[in-house]
Design a protein around this ligand. Structure first.
Ligand code: KG4
Length: 287
């Protein structure tokens, strides 16, 4: 319900900003810059944050530095690992996006592959809804899968050999059909099989990206990177000479600290926005 989301943002933003400063024991006068997300996302919610940030930048005479939401997810890792530096490959897995990104620098990116239909988090959420686990489904599928065995074969979509794109709608539909045809199927096994199959797809493409770019540092990002099975499987890549980083659990799903982290790197790179900054619902990453 986008309109309700926007209205809730309006009601919360002043209170949340005040509380954040109180918790950080920082006074308004100590702010060096304000760094709102201006896309991608729901336009109404983005406009609330952008407008608030513009008013604050104007009133306090501080720089306004726009941040791409996806860049924020990547930058969550700089909080967990202050020593982490680009270049690296990022696998970005959230409710709205699934991408393999070559992170060339703190503010320069190249998208190497992306989903052609559903985002991975969307697939987790739909599977959870169908088997009756509720929303948000990802954490519930993760939990139930721990009680099951990945013994159900599910389809995987393969594209041309050289592409790094994904597709998750086929497997999602297969899980939904199986559940409808066999209502008494073991739900834990179904969740474990779904999770294993999508993880294999993620890892196959990522290993292809490592071969293509010869970059051997991999960084996980986005809400789905809190999945316990995905984290364990990716960590196993370390045995193949690949260095793997993943954000602290509390920094995987959407949060303001990751946006501040990306904003910090944009700020020190000299990026500044004017008071005509607008929300861009389909904002792309800077190449
Ligand atoms: O990154 P995020 O907080 O929001 C977006 O920007 O989309 O990601 C939310 C997504 C939801 O689809 C949620 O179900 C999924 O992340 N998620 C998980 C887990 N925790 C959150 N998916 C699988 N396993 C989890 N443990």
């Amino acid at each position: 319900m986008p309109e309700i989301a926007s209205r809730n943002h309006i009601e919360a933003i002043s209170r949340v900003a005040k509380k954040a400063l109180e918790e950080a024991k920082i006074d308004w006068e100590e702010l060096n810059a304000i760094t709102p997300t201006y896309g991608p996302g729901l336009v109404g919610a983005l406009l609330v944050g952008v407008s608030y940030a513009k008013a604050l930048a104007f009133a306090k005479k501080i720089p306004l530095v726009g941040v791409n939401h996806i860049q924020g997810h990547i930058a969550a890792n700089y909080i967990t690992y202050p020593q982490l530096k680009p270049p690296f490959l990022c696998i970005m897995m959230s409710g709205g996006n699934t991408q393999i990104i070559q992170v060339k620098d703190y503010t320069k990116f190249k998208v190497l592959g992306k989903t052609r239909d559903d985002a991975i988090g969307e697939a987790f959420d739909k599977v959870a809804r169908v088997v009756g686990l509720g929303y948000p489904g990802g954490p519930k599928v993760d939990q139930l899968a721990q009680e099951g065995q990945p013994n159900i074969t599910l389809p995987k979509t393969h594209f041309e050999e050289d592409t790094l794109d994904f597709s998750f709608s086929g497997i999602k539909t297969a899980v939904i059909n199986l559940h409808h045809k066999m209502p008494y199927i073991n739900k834990a096994d179904l969740c474990a099989s779904f999770q294993k199959s999508v993880t294999e797809t993620l890892m196959e493409n990522l290993e292809k990206a490592v071969k293509q770019t010869r970059i051997k540092t991999i960084v996980l990002a986005g809400g789905v990177s809190s999945n316990s099975y995905i984290r364990k499987e990716f960590l196993d890549l370390e045995g193949k000479g690949i260095k793997v980083y993943m954000p602290d659990l509390k920094l995987c799903t959407d949060n303001a600290a990751m946006i501040a982290s990306a904003g910090y790197y944009n700020y020190i790179a000299g990026i500044r926005d004017n008071l005509d900054l607008n929300a861009v619902p389909n904002l792309k990453l800077n190449e």
